[in-house]
Design a protein around this ligand. Sequence first.
Ligand SMILES: *Cc1c(COP(=O)(O)O)cnc(C)c1O
Length: 432
Amino acid sequence: MVHTTIRTTQSEQIFTAAQKLMPGGVSSPVRAFKSVKGQPIVFDRVEGAYIWDVDGNRYIDYVGSWGPAICGHAHPEVIGALHEALEKGTSFGAPSVLENVLASMVINAVPSIEMVRFVNSGTEACMAVLRLMRAFTGREKIVKFEGCYHGHADAFLVKAGSGVATLSLPDSPGVPKSVTNNILVAPFNDITAVKALFEENPEEIAGVIVEPVVGNAGFITPDPMFLQGLRALTQEHGALLVFDEVMTGFRIAYGGAQEKFGVTPDLTTLGKIIGGGLPVGAYGGRLDIMSMVAPAGPVYQAGTLSGNPLAMTAGIKTLELLQKPGTYEYLDHITKKLVNRLLQIAEETGHAVCGGNISGMFGLFFNEGPVRNYKDAKKSDLVKFSHFHHGMLERGVYLPPSQFEAWFSCLAHTEEDIGQTLAAAWDVLSSI
Ligand SMILES: *Cc1c(COP(=O)(O)O)cnc(C)c1O
């Protein structure tokens, strides 16, 4: 393959202007490409498996808007449903039947969810769940895991992976100690460490929150008995188990990680895919716990645009598309093909790389592996990742601009896209 240097002058001009208008020129940190020391491309439009930048270059996309675009960007049925919904107005701020439809779909899909509340982002869902865990148990301490990200609420900005890891901010300034004091941190996949925390803090731990498959420290899978271990420990100590399935929900299986691994938490947070590309989050779980949420109960949580009719519409249509037979099998098939061949190419070109996939969620570390937790992930060769990222971008493949992010495939990726991606990877890996 010939090395092609693409022209990105428009992207450069727009991003330069953006930096004077918005902090770092972006609306969310990882987008700024800081950890790959590059210049972000500025998008013009997205469709199927592709994105086009403002200079007219096309890229095969493995970010998928960070997960939501599982059916492919701008799926005609989603866009069609949105057109229809749009004619009825953009926001009601009042009940609509669309909420019932999406709520029923979520309750039917996700084993732990008997009742659900819609919010506007994954961050909001995790914030709400934190309050609810504490209200239900009357305890204040929370266990989280190194490298797991649960949105940008104060309490969760301790060893929070992805954007935070990327920028090497150990914690964020502005987060009071009094808030993070009650957050206990354990390494992912280390059940002994969690057990010790429960023993050191008897009857003080409200619950454990975990990304059942980590995506925000790169792609890390749980050891066979880890999630079961968390379920048993929380039950034994009267604490709640929360799966943050903002990324894994409807991604690694229709019913999320809890369906895939057969472990049912007490509460679940969702986001990304359930909004079908519009801003939505949700939290739900056991009826007795969810009945504590206002106005059914005393735990306050509200939102002007929550349950927004456009967002509900995009979510409903996206879930309908995902219910078609063979969806997750197809995602697994093309993703496995891509990952396995990438690992082979890395070996043939002499790079230490490990990685894997579950359905359409995957990742690679420039690292011998195995990567079982954040500490392992951090041993990766970040300089090499930057070169790889840059080379792939130049060859028309858009990957997450950080070693500590999961990659996503979608139903619109074809065998041909995979072939082109692998050809680009061969080219790049044999030159770095
Ligand atoms: C993306 C993500 C969040 C935050 O969701 P936002 O919609 O970005 O606020 C929380 N938890 C996990 C596991 C995520 O992947």
